[in-house]
Design a protein around this ligand. Structure first.
Ligand SMILES: Nc1nc2c(ncn2[C@@H]2O[C@H](COP(=O)(O)OP(=O)(O)OP(=O)(O)O)[C@@H](O)[C@H]2O)c(=O)[nH]1
Ligand SMILES: [Mg+2]
Length: 226
């Protein structure tokens, strides 16, 4: 499963991923101001419910929009970080949010976080919601990568939401593990669509495919969810 961690410049995207995976990679460069900016991407992984989730962080600098599109493609869900201590970054946050959303299917789950709550005067989630016209039903966690506040909780919430999106498909998949043709009929897909679907689910690590026996298995970490 691929989780995108996005948000404006220096909001804490790399720190969020590092908090979940101390071995995460960050392609960064030191600016003239001695601060470190992500110029490529972050990559980390975290095990949730016994299942590997891959975290991809986008660069915050607006001029790296090409890299942001590359990193965004194929994500199953989004953690979107607002800098609760820097309202002046909200305008670019919305530009980035819209550009990321445009690249993904419209129902892609998104969880917001209002980061840097350890800083005095940081805006609570409800203020960020109102100021940025975020939907009433969207989830916004108050977080701090410095204290660890709500870091794991927010990513777990997103992952559960992603599982929910897939749960009916996973149920059908389980029923047809030894019968790919039956699955194709059930899903009303032709051979090429089935190949693409199974390849995609394999890349997401939802299933394991045995190409010799022409079978697949829903991975065990997911079974209890369906
Ligand atoms: N006080 C406080 N500082 C934070 C928090 N999260 C990140 N920072 C600091 O904010 C700065 C930027 O953090 P990064 O994690 O590099 O932010 P980023 O969003 O990946 O930055 P870019 O990739 O350049 O956009 C660093 O100095 C961090 O130490 C937080 O929760 N609280
Ligand atoms: Mg970064």
């Amino acid at each position: 499963m691929k989780i995108l961690v996005s948000g404006p410049l220096q909001s804490g995207k790399s720190s969020y991923i590092k908090a979940l995976d101390p071995n995460a990679l960050n392609v960064e460069a030191k600016g003239k101001d001695e601060k470190f900016y992500t110029v490529g991407m972050d990559l980390g992984s975290v095990k949730l419910n016994g299942f590997d989730c891959y975290l991809f962080g986008t660069p915050g600098l607006l001029r790296f929009s090409i890299m942001r599109s590359i990193v965004t493609t194929g994500s199953d869900g989004i953690i979107f970080i607002f800098d609760a201590a820097a309202p002046e970054k909200d305008d670019s946050a919305i530009v980035i949010l819209n550009s990321v959303r445009k690249l993904l299917p419209p129902n892609t789950p998104i969880t917001f976080v209002a980061n840097k709550q350890d800083i005095e005067g940081a805006r609570p989630p409800e203020v960020i919601r109102t100021q940025n016209y975020l939907p009433e039903d969207s989830k916004i966690f108050p977080t701090s990568t410095k204290t660890g506040m709500n870091i794991r909780e927010s990513v777990t919430y997103l992952v559960n939401h992603i599982y929910e999106e897939y749960s009916s498909l996973l149920q059908t998949l389980r029923a047809y593990e030894n019968d790919i043709e039956g699955l194709a009929q059930e899903l009303k897909k032709d051979k090429i669509q089935m190949r693409d679907l199974l390849n995609n689910l394999e890349i997401k690590r939802f299933i394991e495919v045995d190409r010799i026996k022409k079978e697949f298995k829903v991975r065990s970490g997911l079974k209890y969810l369906v």
